[in-house]
Design a protein around this ligand. Structure first.
Ligand SMILES: Nc1ncnc2c1ncn2[C@@H]1O[C@H](COP(=O)(O)OP(=O)(O)O)[C@@H](O)[C@H]1O
Ligand SMILES: [Mg+2]
Length: 250
């Protein structure tokens, strides 16, 4: 599904990613871990196509198609979802109205008309029930006064509704209390299937107590320095990131 080959990327002429190789197949959950500043969020942003990041070498293939030149919206239409894609507060626009618009934009890009209202309503109910989201939450203004957990709930709801091929969840450290962790983990566990893939980025091993990744990669200084299974996350928890840094030096 996703193939990243020798990816180098920079921001403001500063080189951040220095040769990333990664293959993610349908049905897989990959965790990307690593110390602060190692380039995790940059990798997520580059895959999603954020404009301030420049790919200087290598390529990103989605279903064998090079997506380097595509705008973020075009990548979204091809099925790439990134969390915090829509972090803005929009007073007067509800959680539901926002996602309705996003879904219809997606359909438009595929040459389809708006989703019929009854079908949309059915889908919203189905996903809200699956994720145990309260109906009242759906009518709240987008992100306005949302707690950390509510932001996560919204994010996972968006993911459920858009049903992406590849979801990239950048779990930045702040605001990830145990409640928020569980919401993300339950969401991922319920939404993963044989047809989609998830890349979950986290600084903390704790999230991986709830989501069991098929592969764990450790990013350090813009490179994947170690890959393994969930055991690697446990090893990291026990030994800390300094262990990786020492290994890299050796
Ligand atoms: N938009 C940006 N402008 C300038 N520097 C950036 C930008 N984004 C990331 N960086 C720098 O790139 C490095 C990696 O950052 P980041 O990808 O956010 O790491 P992580 O998510 O692993 O903590 C850091 O040194 C950071 O300061
Ligand atoms: Mg980050």
């Amino acid at each position: 599904m996703l193939k990243i080959k020798n990816l180098h990327a920079s921001v403001d002429n500063k080189s951040i990613l220095k040769g990333i190789n990664l293959e993610v197949k349908a049905g897989e959950v990959h965790a990307i871990m690593g110390p602060n500043g190692s380039g995790k969020s940059t990798l997520a942003s580059v895959i999603a196509g954020k404009e301030e990041y420049e790919v200087t070498k290598g390529e990103i293939l989605l279903d064998s198609e090079n997506i380097d030149e595509l705008a973020p919206e075009e990548r979204a239409h091809k099925g790439i979802f990134m969390s915090f894609q829509y972090p803005v507060e929009i007073p007067g626009v509800s959680v539901t109205n926002f996602i309705k618009t996003a879904i219809n934009e997606n359909r438009k890009a595929k040459g389809l008309g708006d989703m019929p209202a009854n079908e949309m309503l059915k889908l919203i109910r189905e996903k809200a029930d699956l994720l145990e989201i309260d109906r009242k939450f759906l009518s709240r203004s987008l992100n306005e006064g949302f707690s950390g957990g509510e932001k996560k709930r919204n994010e996972i709801f968006q993911m459920a509704m858009l049903d992406p091929k590849l979801a990239i969840l950048d779990e930045t450290d702040s605001g990830l209390d145990i409640d928020a962790l569980r919401i993300v983990a339950n969401g991922v566990n319920k939404l993963k299937s044989e047809n989609n893939a998830v890349i979950i980025i986290t600084h903390y091993q704790r999230l991986l107590d709830y989501i069991v990744p098929d592969f764990v990669h450790v990013l350090h200084n813009g490179k994947i320095v170690k890959s393994g299974t969930k055991e690697l996350a446990h090893e990291l928890e026990a030994k800390g990131y300094d262990w990786i840094k020492e290994e890299v030096k050796a």
